[in-house]
Structure formats: C-alpha cells, structure tokens
Design a protein around this ligand. Structure first.
Ligand code: GCW
Length: 878
C-alpha cells in the first residue's frame, strides 16, 4: 500500500528527522556486517524516502521494497520513522506487474532475467519511482542499483537506468570446511558451518547474501573444493537446505563442491568410475535428494585430479567424462557443473627443463573442446599458475571455442597479502578481462569469451522462457571469497575487492577507478578529498605490492610450501609444485618459449604466441615468466634486470609507506574508529614491505654479486643489528630462510620452562602468571645529535604475546605487545614486524636498549633497530 503523507505529517516527520540526525551522528558509521550498505552520507540534506510498495508478493520483491526503505532511511540517518511514510511512492515489480498497474509508464517489454529498468513518472504533484525487473531477481537488483545511485548522487536518476548483466554465472566460492575452518580464509571462522554441520544461527548467511545481491551475485558455492565428500552424506543435506533457504530471498542460489569419488567414499560403491552405470545412478539419486530439499539448487563445482583430490584419471577417464556425468544428472533440474581447469601434476621434475605446470590446463582441456555437455562450464583461473600477483592470462580461454568457460579470481588475498596488505585487485582482474587473445586472428578479449559472445556460446543449463527472454549466453566469473565472521574479509578496505568482483561480473566494462569511487562513496564518505584519496590509494596498492614482492613476472617469491605470505625465495625451487622461477647465479626466469623452452608460449593464438616467444616483444612485467635471462639483460625500460629488482623493491616499499601517509591526511574527515584501524594496518604493511624489500634485495645481491648502482642494497644507514648488540639473555640464531632477517641472523630469548609447584598445576585457573625474565640487547648510538625515528624489527610469533620495551639511557620510552596473529611458528618473513617510535631526541653516546619478555612459544626474537632521521609522518598507532 502506498501511503501519502499529509503536510502536517510531513512536518512532524521532518522535526523528528532533525532530532534523529543529531542522535545518529554519534552512531558508528561503519560496521563490517553491513559493509557498503551501511551508508549514511547525506544526513544533513533533504531526504529521499521511499514508501513501501511491492507490486508482487514474491520474497525477492518484498526484499526489494524493504531495502529501498531501509537504504533510504540509512542514507539520511533517519531511524524510527515508520517505513510507510516515505515521500516517494514507489512501484517495485516485474515488468508484467508494473505494466498492469501503470500501463502508461514506458518500460521496455524485452527485459531479460536479472535485468531491470529504473525510471520516474510525474503523477500530479508527486514523483512515482518505478523499479521494474525482467524477473524477480531483476527487481531486487534494480532496488539496490537505485540505492547505489542515490548513495552517490543524493538525487533520483534524471533519466531511466536500464541494465542487464552480461554473464549468467556470477558466483562466489567459499572454501569452508565442515568443522568451521576455511582454507585460505583470513577473516575468522565460517559463517556457514561449525562442528560438522550447518551453524544453528545462520543470520550471517542471510546478511552475506544481501551483500551479494546488492552487487548482482547470483550464486554461492558454500564448501571447500578440497575434501568435499562429507557434505553429500544424506543426513547433512537438510542442514545445507537451511543455508539455501537463507540465501534464496536474496536471489542467491546455493551450489556445492563435490568430490568425484563420493559414490565410493560415502556411497558404499566399489567404484567412482564416471562411466559406470551404478555410479551414474548414485549421482542421480543424490541429485534428486538435493533438489527435493533445495529446488533452486545451482549446481556443482568440481576439483578433480588435482592436489590430492580424486579424479577420473584413476580410471583412465578424462575430465569431460566426469563433468558430463554430473551435468547429465543436473540438467533436468536446471543445474550446472563448474569443472575447474586447475588440474596439474604437483610432482613435476625440477631438473626437466621441459616440465611446466603452466602448460597443464591447456594440455588437458584443449583436446576436450566440444566434448562437454552444454551445462558444463570450465572454470579457469585467470592465469596459468595460481592466483599470482603477476602472471599472464591463461591461454585456455582461447583454447575452448566450443565449450562454456568462466574466469576464476580470488577475492581472498592468498598470494596478495592476505588482507593484511591493502591490495585492490580490480585493476588486475580488469587487465585480464580486457586482454585480447586474438583467437581466430580477430579481437577476442577474455571478457568477450566468458560472456559467451566471442564464440557464440549459449549456456545450456538455462533454456530461458518467453518471459525471461532468450537463454543467456556464456559462462561468467567466479570469485573465491572465503568470507568469515571477522568483518567478512577481516579488513575494512579489503571489502572493496568483494564489491569490485560483483560489479565486474555484472559489467566487465566498468573501470576499476569507477568501482573504487562507487565503493568509497558508499563505504567511507562522499567528501571529495576522501573519495579522491581513497581511490588513489586503492589504485596504487596493487602496483605497489607487485613492486615490493615482484619481480618481472617471476611468480611469487613467498613461502609456497607454507603460508603463501612472507618472502621465502627458494621455497618455489627444487620441488614438484612447478612454481619455479629458476634463479641461478647467472640468470633467472622460466624459458617457456617454443624454440628453446617448455613451449607454453605456443599455447596462445599465433599473434600473442609470437609476442611472448620473442624477448623483444615480451612486456617487461612478464619477462621472467617467459624467458630465462642474465641479470645484466636490459629491459625495455633501459634498466638491467638486477637493477630493476633493486629499484622496484625500494620504490615499492616507499609506495607502501605513502599509502599510510595518504590515509593520515584524512584525519577528522572520516569515522575515527575506521581511521585508527586502517591506519594501524597500513603502518604494519609499510613495515612488512620493508621485510619483503630487504629479503629480495639482499638475496639477489648475494646471489649475483652485482652491486646496486644506487648503493642501497646491503647498506642500511642507521641500522644496528641485534646480533652485534651487547646481549643479556638473548642468544644469536640463524633465521631460515636467511634472507628473512637482516644479515640472516636475529636474537632470541630462550623459553623458560614453567616452574609452577605441582599443587598449582592441578588448579591452573588460580595460577598467577610467572614473571618471565627479560632479555635485552643494547647498542651505543654514535650518529649526530637530533630527532630520530627508532624502528624496532622483531618477530611476532603465535601463540604467545611477547612484550618489548625500548629505553634510552635506561629510561623506558615506550613498550608494546607482540599480539598480532601472523603465520609461521618460527621467526621468519611471515612474522617479522616493525614497530616505530617517532621523534626521539638522541646524542652521540646514548645507550639504546630493547628488553624482550618472551611468552609461551613467542621468544621475543629481535632482528635489528634502525635509527632514521625523524619524518613527521605516520603516527605510531600500535
Ligand atoms: O592456490 C591453491 C591454494 C589451495 C587451493 C587451490 C585450489 C583449495 O593454495 O589452498 O585449494 O589453490 O584452487 O584448488
């Protein structure tokens, strides 16, 4: 029912608004639960409030109407006003419903599913706002799009907005395990599962689905691609159905990862051979059980014959056999199979110069092109290796002309700083989407391929209908999100990546800058300085990360056998994983040319293959991905490879520091809690960028023996090593890998075994903490007098909270706790952390001392201190 306010009512509402505005100013303007939907930017302006009016009664349409009111009230900071009292009568419904109710409103009649039209129509003295959807999901998307517009512009759109998504598959994948842990998740525990079943309270699932709907995401695969078998046990399906129920009103269909060996692992069959009729029957029954409880079930994701997961290869069958088995049983129900092309041998022979993991996806899947059923979509990671910060586009996108394909990206920042580093990934994704593979010697961008346009690929799983229009084309985009209970992604600015993923999957023609601005206005503030600063920071963050962790497409230099986080350059080499960069004293890089290397370059269509085959035409940023060159090789930039390594790492660390400086300039302009939280994260990031810089620079200096032309590598003015200090209690240790500590060494305070009397051990709760003895490292300052910033580089280990103090001439000037949760259980580049005390007056002869108190298995290990001329920049926010 549309309620129109009388003038008197309006006056009283506006009076109420004034009061509420005052009250709401103290409200926290950003909580991660609401993310970008918790916007309140237009508080002091005249509100645009909607009146509740869903023309249809479907859950999605009701949500759409609710959201318009909830959103408009939030935007203007108005709480407590009943939602029927809005200024703007709204008509929210499907095209048919709107036509019926308002025949004169010129809505296009050919809106396809998920698409929408937003317009206004003048009725006497009022403005009717119309949100019409091609279907119910389109109505919901339209409501969110209208709010997005108002959040940015503080006005209704002047002319109609019409949008339709270009890809039918817009899914997030979650790598959640049944026990509540999340593989490669950096935001706490699962919102879906706990102790082997769905959580009792699934309200966070509904909140998450709401966020997903607001950016057009229509599918969510809720479980890990590894170890998926238990999820299909019959007793578990009802609890999965509860999850699907939470997401359904938001238009998000649930999908599941499945283990192809399930018929054997949980079904009691002797085999899981995809061509065995009993196996097919098992899957038919299982899929029937699922659809009985989850009628809109979206389909299966499959990781098979990969990293220890079972697969059709066990029976000499191919991926198409497994994919088609599942596709055939899902098709009658409208489900699809996302078969991952991430299939490779992780026991490659490092000594075989022709062995190449990058080749695997194309070698395995290209010969199967045209052999997949129409409701199979091959899910291809954007690059041929594994979510690297810098790698080329996978050639497989061009290698499947008669098969649907989708691009898989990672929102969770596995190889890109694990949400501890600000890295806005939209520019990287966009670079991949826009890459022109020149298939068939014509323009074929990756986006045109996954949209289904380049090779005319209709998606068979969805036949379409006269009402929803022709069946949609193509595949789509999948974002591995791995959200958790800690603010979805564990870090406020990381939410820009989730937002950007949805927006690009909806419309890959948007630019990363546009998306950054949209997100910032909705999430942080509309003040022009805030918007331009945050957008600049976001846009700088990926290049900065590549600079301080790179270089030149060599693949990650992080610890690939452990955390995938801190530097460990040799961890990639001499093992079967194939993430090699082959750094040797005389040269570095993987020769992937056809002429002399692994032949990978030849997997691209001819024009691109030719470009990568030749040193002359390979872009610098992918040089080491395709070629093995001497360190003295000169890049297109004119620099030698080794000098580029030095320069880019110094530059990258400076860029990381600048991110913090830029943020600091927003003091007073944004929510203070957010300001402090992000400020501390950026300070950590700047410190860790130095750990990366120093690890890589000292490693390559030692390996090549070629000095840095700028004289920086190996020279650290102001640095005082812990191993050279006067030590009390501390013992010198060798850090592994050596490059993770300055000079390869650190000092560690030996753990003291607890010496509690027996009686106390029986009542651990009553035990008062035993004072651990401090160790100390002391240096004498010999530089000129002045004001200095003193950085202390220490290792923050888990578990245990070590304690540090810094003293000058025995006077303690600061103390802090090492209470971060960083990977690795021994001192290394994963947990090397910098604390900086700013503006300390020093004169020659002053004694500088760090005391470290170990705690549990954290031995208060220390790498060095560094005395740098004071920079009036970041405030220490530890
Ligand atoms: O990047 C690797 C991750 C694995 C992951 C795998 C995959 C789920 O390190 O944790 O397994 O990719 O994508 O399957």
């Amino acid at each position: 029912m549309t309620v129109v306010c009388t003038t008197a009512q309006k006056k009283s509402i506006l009076a109420g608004i004034a009061l509420l505005l005052a009250a709401s100013l103290t409200a926290n303007s950003q909580t991660a639960d609401q993310a970008w939907l918790d916007h309140t930017p237009w508080r002091s302006t005249h509100p645009i409030l909607f009146a509740r009016s869903a023309l249809g009664k479907s859950p999605m349409e009701l949500k759409a109407a609710d959201e318009l009111m909830r959103g408009s009230h939030l935007l203007y900071g108005i709480f407590g006003v009943t939602t029927d009292e809005g200024d703007y009568p709204t008509a929210v419904g499907t095209v048919d419903e709107v036509h019926k109710a308002y025949p004169d409103v010129p809505i296009p009649s050919d809106l396809t599913s998920d698409s929408f039209w937003i317009g206004t129509s003048q009725r006497r003295r009022r403005t009717l706002v119309v949100v019409a959807g091609g279907d119910e999901r389109g109505v919901l998307y339209g409501a969110f799009a209208l709010l997005r517009f108002i959040a940015q512009n503080n006005s209704l759109p002047k002319s109609p907005i019409i949008e339709r998504p270009v890809m039918p598959i817009r899914w997030v994948d979650e790598w959640d395990n049944f026990d509540g842990t999340i593989e490669r998740g950096y935001a706490g525990r699962s919102i879906f599962f706990e102790k082997g079943k769905a959580r009792e309270d699934l309200s966070a699932v509904s909140e998450y689905a709401r966020l997903l709907a607001s950016i057009g995401i229509n599918g969510c695969n809720v479980n890990n691609v590894n170890g998926a078998a238990p999820f299909l046990v019959a007793d578990n399906i009802p609890s999965l159905a509860r999850i699907a129920d939470e997401m359904r009103p938001w238009g998000v269909r649930m999908a599941l990862s499945v283990d192809i060996a399930s018929p054997q692992k949980i079904g009691g069959l002797q085999t899981f051979d995809p061509l065995d009729p009993d196996v097919k029957e098992w899957w038919e029954t299982k899929v029937g059980e699922i659809y009985a409880l989850i009628p809109d079930f979206a389909g299966f994701t499959v990781k098979a014959d990969s990293e220890g997961q079972a697969g059709p290869a066990s029976y000499g069958r191919r991926p198409a056999d497994a994919a088609n088995l599942l596709a055939a049983v899902l098709a009658p129900h409208g489900g699809v199979v996302l078969y991952r092309a991430f299939v490779y041998n992780n026991r490659l022979d490092y000594n075989d110069l022709k062995a190449d993991r990058a080749r695997a996806a194309y070698d395995i899947f290209h010969p199967l092109d045209g052999k997949f059923l129409p409701n199979v979509i091959v899910q291809i990671k954007y690059g041929p290796i594994d979510f690297q910060a810098e790698e080329p586009v996978s050639p497989l996108f061009a290698g499947l002309e008669r098969t649907n394909s989708a691009m898989e990206v990672q929102i969770t920042q596995e190889y890109t700083g694990q949400q501890r580093h600000l890295v806005y990934l939209a520019p990287m994704w966009k670079e991949k989407l826009d890459f022109d593979l020149r298939a068939q010697n014509r323009p074929t961008t990756v986006k045109s391929i996954i949209e289904g346009k380049a090779f005319n690929r209709p998606l068979g799983g969805n036949p379409g209908s006269p009402r929803t229009g022709p069946r949609p084309w193509g595949g789509g985009m999948i974002g591995v999100a791995n959200v958790g209970r800690d603010g979805w992604l564990g870090s406020p600015l990381a939410l820009a990546n989730l937002y950007a993923f949805g927006r690009l999957a909806w419309n890959p023609n948007l630019t990363p800058e546009q998306i950054a601005a949209e997100w910032t206005k909705q999430s942080i503030g509309t003040d022009p300085q805030v918007v331009s600063t945050v957008d600049k920071m976001l846009m700088q963050s990926w290049p900065a990360y590549v600079d301080y962790t790179g270089p030149l497409g060599a693949e990650t230099l992080a610890d690939i056998t452990g955390s995938h986080y801190g530097p460990n350059i040799e961890s990639s080499e001499r093992n079967g994983w194939g993430q090699w960069h082959r750094d040797e004293a005389n040269g570095i890089g993987m020769d992937r040319t056809v002429a002399t290397g692994t032949g990978f370059a030849g997997q691209y269509p001819p024009q691109v293959a030719r470009a990568y085959e030749s040193l002359a035409t390979t872009p610098d940023d992918l040089l080491l991905f395709f070629h093995h060159v001497p360190y003295t090789y000169r890049l297109h930039s004119g620099k030698t490879v080794i000098q580029h390594i030095y320069d880019s790492h110094y530059q990258g660390a400076d860029e990381a520091e600048r991110l913090g400086e830029e943020w600091t300039a927003l003091k007073g302009k944004i929510d203070s809690q957010l300001f402090g939280d992000v400020g501390a994260r950026l300070e950590y990031q700047a410190g860790h960028a130095i750990v990366w810089r120093d690890a890589i620079v000292q490693y390559f200096l030692k390996l090549t023996g070629i000095p840095d032309a700028e004289g920086r590598a190996g020279h650290f003015p102001g640095r005082l090593e812990a191993e050279n200090a006067r030590l009390t209690g501390y013992k010198v240790i060798n850090v592994t890998p050596w490059e993770d500590a300055s000079g390869g060494k650190a000092v560690s305070c030996p753990a003291v075994a607890p010496t509690q009397p027996k009686a106390q051990q029986e009542h651990p709760i009553d035990v008062s903490p035993v004072e651990a003895p401090a160790c100390s490292a002391e240096w004498t300052y010999n530089g000129p007098p002045g004001r200095y910033d003193i950085a202390v580089q220490y290792f923050d280990l888990q578990p245990g909270i070590a304690h540090f103090t810094l003293a000058v001439n025995d006077r303690q000037i600061v103390s802090w706790s090492a209470n971060d949760s960083l990977p690795s259980k021994r001192p290394d580049g994963d947990n090397s952390t910098r604390f900086t005390m700013r503006g300390v007056e020093l004169k020659p002869g002053d004694r500088l001392r760090v005391d470290g108190v170990p705690d549990g298995s954290d031995p208060a290990a220390l790498d060095y201190i560094e005395v740098d001329p004071a920079a009036a920049v970041l405030s220490a926010s530890h």
